[in-house]
Write a protein that binds this ligand. Sequence first.
Ligand code: HEM
Length: 395
Amino acid sequence: MQTKPNREEISATYGWYRQMRETQPVFFDQNVQGWHLFRYEDVARVLSDHATFSSDESNFLPPEYRNATPISSSLLRMDPPRHRKLRNLVSQAFTPRMVAHMEERITEITNGLLDQVQTAGEMDVIRDLAYPLPVTVIAELLGIPAERREEFKQWSDALVSGDEGTTEEARLAVIQAVKQATDSMSAYFTEVFEERRVHPHNDLVSALLAAQVDGERLSNEDLIGFCVLLLVAGNETTTNLLGNAILCLDEHPEAVQRLRANRDLVPSALEEALRYYSPVKLTVRGTTAETSIGDQRIEAGKLLFVWIASANRDEAQFPDADQFMIEREPNRHLGFGRGIHFCLGAPLARLEAKIALNAMLDRLPGSWHVSDAPLSLINSSSVFGVKTLPLIWGK
Ligand code: HEM
């Protein structure tokens, strides 16, 4: 495989991961006062041992460094026993069965989006499909009426741009926008909950309102937090799974031909894309007790940067780790995490990506070619993907 010139930034990032795995796999960074972990074994262990490695930011971040988004007080950033209780509650509503029921609707939305570009012979995969598909699906799951979708998209954009501020001024503007979006969403969802309590529908919000563990229901605050988490955790990540899968296929055109010939390979090709260009590249944890990782002693209360994207390229776990192999088996990648925080939306993300990739294979004939113009990466510390992805086909 030859790296295109515009992929230099990407290959430099993966080169850095490799170098760190080989030379300083457990590395203390003075600048951020935290430990970086690069090896599969260490990353998998940290994600699996929630007693030693906490997700609750108040255990390892001083208040001024805590991110003021609803995510910081969500399920994702909780430890047991609160995490277990909340996860049990929301799992009653957000089930794989409910997701499977969405198949027909996801196919309809996907085809509607491809109808708008098919005859043009070119599209921007992000703008025209990978971005609108998950945002529309989650809006429908949450029962947001079509006339409020635009507003809803603006709130969602404001929340996901949360870690893009570089200058102090930009950072303050982002904080302000996040606060406004959070307030508007809270007001909106409170209205919806009130309405659904009186008139339950057959939808996710009504199921969340009805869910009970030990006779206890979700509080209004937890309900809002979960709806916002679904929106943020589910959108940009799924957009990037599809975008990154197309990037992988552009670098390996023979794989497109093999997928056309055998559609049964689509799910394993998507798993390989999750490994090869992981949409969530980084997550964080904090130590609750003194521990050792590799040959380093780490004190209690320390911040850990857990590099999922690096773990997923570790040769010790994946033979020929830098090869994109659509039939890779086994493929125990960490793209959806591991342990108690394993991605709740994985069945939905897998279904959306499978339907979208199959529809592209059906409707965009011939070979696919991503523009040679430079690709710009999303400016995020935790998510990996491109902002635009111009694709032409049929040539
Ligand atoms: C390809 C797309 C996706 C990727 C790569 C992804 C990745 C992840 C990862 C790595 C985690 C664990 C983070 C950690 O342990 O710190 C996670 C958790 C989570 N994800 Fe996803 N996700 C995706 C799509 C979705 C979707 C579509 C939804 C819902 C609509 C969703 C909802 C969640 C939730 C609620 C959690 C928190 C679970 C918990 O803390 O118990 N994700 N995701």
